[in-house]
Structure formats: structure tokens, C-alpha cells
Design a protein around this ligand. Structure first.
Ligand SMILES: *Cc1c(COP(=O)(O)O)cnc(C)c1O
Length: 363
């Protein structure tokens, strides 16, 4: 037996479920008797074909993706999608963006290169998602970041948009942590490296009626219609990342928690983990989280020590206690605990125990 691994709170690339890592290690040199590592297989061979088909089927089942949505396995990451989405959906027209933090602000900036972008609402420093949105009836789509990884702000419910303008969600950092209300979403995208697998794979879910309107400058490899028509095989997809993601989907399907199974189990576990951590932060005068409770993220919990002079000591002691990568994003400072699907309840319990212990010793 090997020693238990430390708990890893990285915002991304982030911790993966240990059973998945072990299976990857076991299958590294010889996948299912094929004599090949998945990394060495043709993406057009029958072995990889079964891996991709199973990954897509499991993902569709987990997220209850309706049949009129295509699932695309792409590359380019969330930042790539900031350009790829407007190139495919804007038709060179209007795009409304609701700014709830750093990522949606970045998306607006990139979309400006391709479309007439308007900020429909801005969270500013309020810590509350604004309710009043100045939307244009003739916008091609409305963009929101459904979980702001840096700011720790999450939509607990997606907005119900009038006028039938499609909603685009950047779901990079909470994909597969909860169900998606597809009635309200035209397109969802996310890099895999937060909740799903290794960096290099980007998932796109797009409603079929939104395909076929790409700008002529859009590279063929990033044209959703082309990628969809070729079953994500227009060019070589990130095969190894897709394989690991497929194992993560299997792991989610089999997870049991509080009498639930699969995505429902994962979601309840995420709710309980977040509640435990926020309660510890709110219950102390030593730490603080500045996001309004109505829109606090279940995945990314930024927090501050009121005495910032203790930051380095906090991080060093946390590391020594087996709690890794708690440093906050450089634009925000302080600390951030990312508690994605792969983080067990015990990891959050260990963090909460450490928070209390550190406060007693330094408070
Ligand atoms: C991580 C992240 C991105 C950027 O993803 P890259 O893969 O680095 O391009 C974009 N949006 C959100 C919400 C993210 O969390």
C-alpha cells in the first residue's frame, strides 16, 4: 500500500479521482489487450472508436443532453472558445455579455474582435449577480460564465431569457458538477481540466439549429458544423484526454453518496462540501468570503485571512498538513479552495480542521 495522497485544491488543472488515475496507470502500456497505449492508437481505429463512443454516450446520459444537441470534443480551451463561439454564432452581429467576474469580462473582450459586444449587466464589486439585464432583442446570443472560477460566483439557476435569444454558457469550472437546464441553453462549453480530465480537451454542447452560420474567417477545424459533421474527427482529437475523461464519466456514474447515485450523488456531495466550508469561513472572524450567499460557487471558494501578513505562513503550514495549492488567483489575492467533483468530503473536512487549528494558533 502507498501512503494516502495529499488533498489538492488546485483551480485547474485540478485533482482527478484516484481510482481513475490508478486505472490509467494500469492500462498505460496495454489498453484492453490491444498491445498499445491509448496514446499510440490511431484516432480512426476501432479501439479508439469504442473509447470515443462510450465517452459521448456516458456524458450524454449523465447530463441528460437532448438529442438535438451535438457534443463536440475539441481543443483550444475556454479561451479558444471565447473566439470560436463568436466566429460560429455571432454572424458578425450583436452579442450581449453579462459580466459576473474575470472570465466573462475576458469573453466580452475577445468577442469584440468579431461582433458588436454590449455589456448587458456588470456585477462590479457588489458580489451579487445583477438581476436587471439590458438585452437587445436582435442579439445573436447572450453570453454568461455560469461559474466564475476566479471570483467564486456561480449561477444557482440559469436565467430564463425572453425573446428566444440563445444563451451561451462558459461552464468550464462546474461542468458535470450539477445538471444543466438545457431548455435555457443554446451552447455550453468548458475545458476538461477543472472537473473532467486532463488539459487539452474542450467540450462543446451546441443546439443543432445554431450550426451552419460561421464567419468565413473561421478556421475549418473550429467550425462547429464541420466538427459535428465529422464526429469530432475532422482533425485528430485529443485522444488521451478523451480516454481519461471517459473514465471520469464512468466514475461519476458509479459514485454513490447519501442514497443517491451518479450525477445526483456528485451534486449532493458538492452541496455538502461547499456548505461545510462556507460555514467554517462565516463562523470565524479570522477568515472571510466576500461573495453574496445567493451566488456563492460550490466549486471555487476564494477566501481571505483578515491578517494578510499571515498568508505565507498559512500556505506553508497547509502544504505541510497535506493541503495543496490553496493560493488565491493573483488578480484577487488571498486563498482559494477549489473543491471539484474529485475532492472527497474528507478533503474538505481536513481543510476545515486545518482552518480552525490555524486560527487557534495564530488568532
Ligand atoms: C479555466 C477557465 C477558462 C480558460 O480555460 P483555458 O483552457 O485556459 O483556455 C475559461 N473560462 C473559465 C470559466 C475557466 O474556469
Amino acid at each position: 500500500m502507498t501512503a494516502p495522497r495529499p488533498f489538492n485544491f488546485s483551480a485547474g488543472p485540478a485533482a482527478l479521482p484516484e481510482p481513475v488515475l490508478r486505472q490509467v496507470a494500469e492500462e498505460m502500456l496495454d489498453w484492453h489487450g490491444s498491445g498499445m497505449s491509448v496514446m499510440e492508437m490511431s484516432h480512426r481505429g476501432k479501439e479508439f472508436g469504442t473509447i470515443l463512443a462510450a465517452a459521448e454516450a456516458d456524458l450524454r446520459e449523465l447530463l441528460a443532453v437532448p438529442p438535438n444537441y451535438r457534443v463536440l470534443f475539441m481543443q483550444g480551451g475556454g479561451l479558444g472558445e471565447n473566439a470560436i463561439v463568436p466566429m460560429n454564432l455571432s454572424r458578425g452581429g450583436k452579442v450581449d455579455v453579462v459580466v459576473t467576474g474575470s472570465w466573462s469580462r475576458k469573453s466580452a473582450g475577445e468577442a469584440r474582435r468579431y461582433a458588436d459586444v454590449q455589456i448587458a449587466a456588470d456585477i462590479g464589486k457588489t458580489g451579487v449577480i445583477p438581476r436587471e439585464w439590458a438585452l437587445r432583442d436582435d442579439a445573436a446570443y447572450v453570453h454568461v460564465c455560469s461559474n466564475e472560477t476566479i471570483d467564486g460566483v456561480e449561477f444557482q439557476e440559469l436565467p430564463e431569457l425572453t425573446h428566444g435569444v440563445p444563451l451561451v454558457i462558459d461552464a468550464s469550472s462546474h461542468l458535470l458538477s450539477r445538471p444543466i437546464d438545457w431548455r435555457r441553453v443554446g451552447l455550453a462549453f468548458g475545458g476538461a481540466q477543472k472537473n473532467i480530465g486532463p488539459a487539452g480537451l474542450t467540450l462543446v454542447f451546441v443546439r443543432e439549429d445554431l450550426l451552419g452560420h460561421a464567419l468565413s474567417i473561421c478556421p475549418s477545424a473550429f467550425n462547429y458544423e464541420t466538427v459535428a459533421a465529422n464526429q469530432s474527427m475532422f482533425n485528430t482529437p485529443p485522444t488521451f484526454a478523451i480516454y481519461v475523461a471517459g473514465l471520469v464519466f464512468q466514475w461519476v456514474k458509479g459514485l454513490e453518496y447519501a442514497g443517491r447515485r451518479g450525477l445526483a450523488a456528485v451534486e449532493q456531495r458538492n452541496i455538502d462540501k461547499a456548505a461545510l466550508l462556507y460555514a467554517a469561513l462565516d463562523g470565524s472572524s479570522f477568515y472571510e468570503n466576500r461573495v453574496d450567499p445567493s451566488c456563492r460557487s460550490r466549486m471555487n471558494v476564494p477566501f481571505f485571512l483578515k491578517n494578510e501578513a499571515l498568508n505565507d505562513t498559512f500556505l506553508a503550514e497547509a502544504r505541510a498538513a497535506g493541503l495543496l495549492q490553496l493560493k488565491g488567483h493573483k488578480s484577487v489575492g488571498g486563498m482559494r479552495a477549489s473543491i471539484y467533483n474529485a475532492m472527497p468530503l474528507e478533503g474538505v473536512q481536513a481543510l476545515v480542521g486545518f482552518l480552525k487549528d490555524f486560527e487557534v494558533r495564530h488568532g
